[in-house]
Design a protein around this ligand. Structure first.
Ligand SMILES: [Cu+2]
Length: 160
């Protein structure tokens, strides 16, 4: 990337995520601790670290992520690059085809989402809570979207 703006905006995928084969599932948990100063927020029990890749996904595939909010606060999940569809909310099917880049997780609730990782965009990106004091105090994680890998590495080598 040379820093130039793209010449056109990217439309959501034509085939909805719920109509695509799910090749991998993951669970991401959201936790908070307001007993500390400053407060701390975690994804999968860990505060953000720039030195760690938390999830690695294969470009061109669809994944289903169960987002579990173990906190008493609402946490709006936000992910960069690829939009997602919410297929279940608190375990109940949504029947909703809307594309989201941010979706509020209810307190002590869950959302199951499907993400189609478009094949033409690879690299490192992030997902995080979209409440600034939460993401700034730990509730963010690194996502690697990878393309071709050397022989012997593939979807079975996924983290998460
Ligand atoms: Cu939050």
């Amino acid at each position: 990337m040379d820093g130039a703006l793209p010449g056109k905006l990217v439309a959501p995928p034509v085939i909805p995520a719920h109509a695509r084969e799910v090749v991998n599932t993951r669970t991401v948990t959201f936790q908070g601790n307001i007993a500390t100063v400053p407060v701390q927020f975690f994804l999968d029990g860990k505060p953000f670290s720039a030195a760690r890749i938390d999830q690695a996904v294969l470009a061109g595939t669809t994944e289903e992520w169960l987002l579990v909010n173990q906190d008493v606060f609402r946490h709006p999940f936000h992910i960069h690059v690829n939009p997602f569809q919410v297929v279940e909310l608190n375990g109940a099917p949504t029947g909703d085809d809307s594309w989201w880049d941010t979706f509020a997780l209810p307190p002590l609730g869950s959302a199951k989402i499907r993400i189609y990782f478009r094949p033409d965009v690879t690299g490192l990106t992030v997902y995080h809570c979209h409440i600034l004091p939460h993401e700034d105090n730990g509730m963010m994680a690194n996502l690697l979207i990878y393309g071709d890998l050397p022989a012997g590495f593939g979807p079975s080598a996924h983290g998460g």
